[in-house]
Design a protein around this ligand. Structure first.
Ligand code: TYD
Ligand code: MG
Length: 464
């Protein structure tokens, strides 16, 4: 058995056969960790087994995959219909957002959760579980550990011991909270660094594939906003989820960034309450205030995955005290705000460069849908002139640099959602294909807009 020594930067993962004092990639000092790599493959990395014939493999491939459905429909939907057996999920999020709560709550009649925690004591986890619901308790097995191999060995044994006696509804799911606290004996590096994280993740992936037990790995977000070391383990896992939301509000949003078995950008909305997390089945109504009647607010409909959401854009334009005006944006890319401000300045001659602009999406939502641009322009304009937007009115469309309003995908879905929620005026891009959709909603007044300037004049004409 040949042993090879490499030096790996514990911050960025750069590796070199020779020791280095300063990492040539990330420029940090004293980050080199000695890692001994044996050429021996891990016993459990053989996914299909050695004796499987080609025919057997083909036959196996044709078997349908049954996903594990958890009690949260929103969670299942984000994953594309439930957890795929043997898959490895990574869930990231700020401290206190509710990752541990969500994962303990997965335990119920259908799902058995093996919960390894290197962060909290068994009592703390059980206390949390008691708070959330009682059904959870007898399907939650907590193990307080940070020794990966030992824990894996115990779990393997527990699973093989009980294999014959298990009812069909027993669906084991392993939760590892968090990957930063786990330590593998295979490498000598400290927990939390790139070397350990990579080693532990690789071992967990091997376990998941070999035993067909899904593994959910909790990862802290680094101060740069990335999951556990610069994206180093994201490619090792099948699904990457982010759980976020304002810590001062109760809404929590689960989204998938990467998904080998389903769509990305699908989101699930939860509410944190006294008894843990509850999913919100009609999230649209949570992201806007139907009775708001202040300048600077405009309502839009955006698409997150396949789900339309009605959201409220809030803008504030105040004359600046700085030599260069401030542009602050929450929930929308700052570039997008700059772009719209530039269009308003050039195409409408709005003296926006003397104003600070603040932008916010209600409910801690984040949006990358271009359909939000037109409502952003409306909200800024509304705040600038201190004129309110007409009631029961919504907007969607992309704004071009030429000041034109451009079409966005899924108009019909957006219109249907707005009509369902009782909006009676919709401003949207021009499109011949809309005629059929308009007929379906005779109670709604539609305004097709070609230019932003015309649209804003039309919207605010005669308003106070
Ligand atoms: P937690 O799941 O520990 O967050 P994370 O694992 O992401 O760090 O959640 C912690 C927060 O959630 C904490 O501020 C308390 C709050 N919480 C509730 O409001 N209600 C509850 O029922 C539970 C269990 C937690
Ligand atoms: Mg936690």
């Amino acid at each position: 058995m040949k042993e090879k020594t490499v030096y790996v930067c514990d911050i960025c993962g750069y590796d070199n056969p020779r020791w280095f004092g300063q990492c040539p990639q990330c420029r940090n000092w004293n980050t080199a960790q000695e890692v001994r790599q044996t050429k021996r493959p891990r016993a459990s990395t053989e996914i299909e087994g050695t004796d499987a014939t080609f025919e057997a493999l083909i036959k196996k491939q044709k078997e349908p995959v049954t996903r594990i459905t958890t009690r949260f429909n929103a969670f299942n939907r984000v994953l594309g219909g439930g957890i795929v057996p043997g898959s490895v999920l990574l869930i990231g999020g700020d401290p206190g957002v509710g990752k541990s709560t969500l994962l303990t709550q997965l335990a119920d009649q259908k799902v058995t959760v093996f919960y390894w925690s290197g962060e909290e004591s068994t009592e703390q986890i059980m206390l949390r579980a008691q708070r959330t619901n009682d059904a959870t308790l007898d399907r939650l097995y907590v193990y307080n550990t940070n020794r990966l191999e030992l824990a894996l060995e115990k779990l393997q044994k527990a699973l093989s011991d009980s294999e014959s006696k298990l009812p069909d509804s027993f669906q084991p799911v392993l939760v590892v909270d968090s990957i930063q606290t786990m330590k593998s004996d295979e490498v000598s590096a400290l927990p939390g660094g790139v070397v350990q994280i990579r080693e532990c993740t690789a071992a967990l992936v091997a376990f998941a594939k070999a035993r067909k037990v899904p593994v959910i790995i909790v990862a802290h977000i680094t101060k740069y906003g990335q999951i556990a070391g610069p994206k180093l383990i994201e490619h090792l896992v099948d699904v990457v989820l982010y759980f976020d939301g304002d810590s001062d509000r109760d809404l929590r949003i689960l989204r998938s960034i990467k998904n080998r078995f389903g769509p990305t950008n699908e989101i699930g909305v939860f509410e944190m309450g006294e008894n843990g997390l509850k999913e919100i089945s009609d999230p649209s109504e949570r992201f806007y205030d139907a009775n708001a009647n202040d300048s600077g607010n405009a309502i839009s409909v955006i698409l997150e995955g396949s789900t339309p959401f009605v959201v409220e854009v809030q803008a504030l334009a105040v004359s600046t005290h700085f030599s260069s005006p401030r542009r602050l944006s929450k929930g929308v890319d700052q570039e997008r705000l700059n772009l719209i401000a530039a269009v308003l300045s050039k195409r409408l001659n709005l003296p926006i460069e003397n104003h600070d602009l603040y932008l916010n999406l209600l409910g801690g939502l984040k949006c990358s849908d271009p359909g939000i641009e037109f409502p952003i322009a409306v909200a800024i304009f509304s705040s600038f002139f201190d004129k309110t937007v007409p009631p029961k009115t919504a907007f969607f469309g992309e704004v071009g640099l030429d000041g034109k309003i451009r079409g966005v995908s899924f108009s019909e879905k957006r219109i249907t959602e707005l009509a369902r929620l009782g909006f009676s005026r919709i401003y949207l891009p021009k499109n011949k294909a809309h005629a059929g959709v308009f007929k379906k909603h005779p109670q709604v007044d539609f305004f097709e807009c070609a230019y932003l300037k015309e649209a804003l004049i039309e919207i605010f004409d005669g308003r106070s």
